[in-house]
Design a protein around this ligand. Structure first.
Ligand SMILES: [Zn+2]
Length: 317
């Protein structure tokens, strides 16, 4: 009986509750938004990334603490990309820019954008052991390093360090997020090895449009063959004897299937397949991930889909 509220006090309590509800209803919505805590969209820092896979790595590290934007969309080729006024506007609003580096972004377009706007830029490929590739008689560092899941972890560490430097208060959160992603990358790597083991060693030959798969091939014991070399840059061109040379290689080595890249015109690979009399094994994500809502919309998703496509096309019947 002692615990029951007397009728008079109960009346006052109800009155206070009603008053609170009325006041809450009268407060304009924009006032409520203005009172949101730190980390809300109004106070978020912005990262602008060059490629889709770097944007995915960045999202995994920063979660909702930063806004992550990307210059390239799904299926876009970084080698030949020409920046526009929208890209300049995005970079003008950036707190940090992220590029792949080693000239994946043809003529250094991401660095040019960032430096033009006076914004800090981090090169995510820094720390990777490079594969050297031919370039007009010289040697350059192949920029497609994310194709090896071990290298993806180097990209993630560089991103973690860059955001931690700018926002040390959230260092533990960035570290925890990166730690989880590392576990996912390790699982991916183990899974890839298990999957590609279904393809006999002599059949592990990956023919595609350009050399986007050298790191993949080195890590997972394939040989890469492509007509275009390390870049798709139109100015780099292709020697006239290149296609007959590849057709001959395909025949000599008994290659069963060749692959189209989602970010590039399929004509060249179609021609090679026709002339060599082999099948198209499917489409691979190379320099760009898939559209939102597709199986290839994340880095882990694009690697998974690529491996499933490659294994299905090259495994023994
Ligand atoms: Zn490429």
């Amino acid at each position: 009986m002692k615990n029951l509220t007397p009728p008079f006090e109960n009346l006052i309590l109800n009155f206070k509750l009603i008053l609170l509800l009325v006041v809450a209803a009268l407060v304009p919505t924009n006032t409520l938004q203005a009172q949101e805590p730190t980390g809300s969209s109004a106070t978020k820092k912005t990262i602008v990334c060059s490629t889709t896979q770097i944007a995915d790595f960045a999202r995994n590290v920063v979660g909702d603490l930063w806004e992550v934007k990307c210059v390239l969309g799904e299926g876009q080729d970084p080698h030949n990309y020409r920046t526009n006024t929208n890209d300049s506007a995005a970079v003008a609003g950036a707190d940090l820019c992220l590029e792949n580096g080693w000239n994946l972004e043809g003529h250094d377009w991401m660095r040019t954008l960032a430096e033009g706007a006076g914004k800090p830029i981090k090169t995510c490929i820094e720390g990777v052991t490079p594969i050297s590739v031919d370039d007009k008689g010289g040697q350059v560092k192949d920029p497609h390093a994310w194709m090896d899941a071990n290298n993806a972890w180097i990209y993630v560490q560089n991103i973690r360090d860059a955001v931690t430097e700018m926002d040390p208060d959230n260092a533990a959160v960035y570290q925890a997020r990166a730690d989880l992603y590392r576990l996912q990358l390790n699982s991916l790597r183990i899974w890839i090895v298990k999957q590609v083991n279904r393809i006999p060693a002599e059949r592990r030959i990956l023919v595609s449009h350009h050399d986007a798969f050298e790191y993949f091939c080195k890590a997972y014991l394939f040989t890469a063959i492509s007509p275009k070399g390390w870049t798709t840059d139109e100015l780099t061109g292709m020697s006239p004897g290149k296609i007959p040379e590849i057709v001959q290689q395909i025949r000599q080595q008994g290659v069963k299937s060749v692959f189209i890249e989602t970010s590039l015109n399929r004509e060249l690979v179609d021609q090679i397949a026709r002339e060599a009399g082999v099948e198209i094994g499917g489409e691979l994500y190379s320099d760009a991930m898939g559209a939102a809502g597709t199986a290839g919309e994340t880095y882990i998703g694009m690697m998974r889909e690529n491996v499933l496509t490659i294994v299905e096309a090259l495994k023994e019947e």
